[in-house]
Design a protein around this ligand. Structure first.
Ligand code: DAH
Length: 328
């Protein structure tokens, strides 16, 4: 005759455990310390005649073990299932529109500039941000102790070899050297990138900023072509009635050199440097200056961005303040 212990065995094997609540109810019902069915059986041992106690005890122990195993297996299975389902979400919450991201104004301006330049025939090339002193200065006709180096004080990397120190590039102009070393003219390239300077931080300068370098090398390139490209770029970027001013200037790597200002907000704003590539630069990069000529341009993306959007403090471009970024 099946007794209470056999009945409980059957119950335990058949009890549905489909949720954490089921598992807890199962535990309380069979294994609970106070009123659990198996606990109750243990308490009855004392009422039995002594010769029946060992067998009864063994059977109740086996029952308890079966209940514990059943509970453990069910809990493990529930956990596996929950993990496979992934994080639980509340499907009753009202729908929300996800916040729309947007490109940073600097990225936007940079993309726009490169897009216009591509139409003008300039391919994009990117050089390294950690440059050798030679590419950043020497090959660009800054002799080792030339005072022009001081205008572009930068960060030197400690572990670099002392005969050719590594520096954080101060401009994208070393890209000119790398492109000319690796390719034969004619060349028409744009080098975008981040540059670094050891500068006092203020509303108009930061220790890092972005530039796009242009280089055009071919036979018989003239300054008139340089002006034409800059006008085309400025018109596309700032509108057909943009006013530009070319001022004579000095850079070691161009001769003659000029700086270009754009008229905006009642004043002239400098946006770029440019000029005809110096013969020494051609020689350093392995291009024959007797045969080829070329122009180069270096423009500041921050300046262009500030002009386009009427931003008056460069630092807001790096603070990642969503109240600012939200406006674009
Ligand atoms: N590399 C210069 C700077 O960062 C800018 C520049 C001036 C680039 C004249 C040029 C150039 O290519 O021809 O100050």
């Amino acid at each position: 005759m099946p007794d209470r212990i056999d009945e409980l065995h059957e119950e335990i094997e058949a009890a549905p455990i489909e949720s954490a609540d089921d598992a807890e109810a199962f535990r309380i019902r069979y294994l609970g310390r106070k009123q659990g069915a198996i606990t109750n059986l243990f308490q009855q041992i004392g009422d039995l005649p002594p010769e029946e106690r060992p067998t009864f005890g063994q059977r109740v122990n086996a029952l308890k073990q079966a209940a514990e195993e059943r509970l453990e297996a069910a809990t493990a299975r529930l956990e596996r299932e929950a993990q496979a389902r992934g994080p639980s979400i509340d499907l009753t919450l009202p729908g929300r529109t996800p916040a729309r991201g947007s490109l940073h104004p600097l990225t936007h301006t940079l993309h726009e500039i490169l897009r216009i330049l591509r139409r003008l025939g300039f391919e994009t090339y990117e050089g390294p941000e950690i440059e050798t002193d030679w590419h950043n200065f020497t090959a660009l006709n800054f002799p080792p102790d030339h005072p022009a180096r001081d205008m572009q004080d930068t960060f030197f990397l400690q572990d670099a070899p002392t005969d050719d120190p590594a520096v954080l590039r101060t401009h994208t102009s070393p890209g000119q050297i790398r492109v000319m070393q690796a390719n034969e003219p004619p060349l028409r390239i744009a080098v975008p990138g981040r540059v670094y300077r050891n500068e006092a931080i203020s509303y108009k300068s930061f220790c890092l900023f972005h530039q796009v370098e242009l280089l055009y090398v071919d036979e018989g390139v003239s300054m008139a072509q340089l002006k034409q490209v800059l006008f085309s770029l400025a018109r596309a970027l700032f509108g057909a009635d943009v006013k530009l001013r070319f001022r004579p200037s000095y850079f070691p790597f161009t001769e003659p050199s000029a700086e270009v200002d754009v008229w905006g907000d009642g004043e002239w704003m400098e946006i770029l440097g440019c000029g005809m590539v110096h013969p020494n630069v051609f020689r350093a990069a392995g291009v024959d200056p007797e045969r080829y000529s070329g122009y180069a341009v270096g423009m500041g993306i921050e300046r262009m961005t500030m002009l386009r959007y009427g931003i008056d403090d460069i630092r807001v471009l790096y603070e990642n303040d969503v109240r600012f970024l939200d406006q674009f």
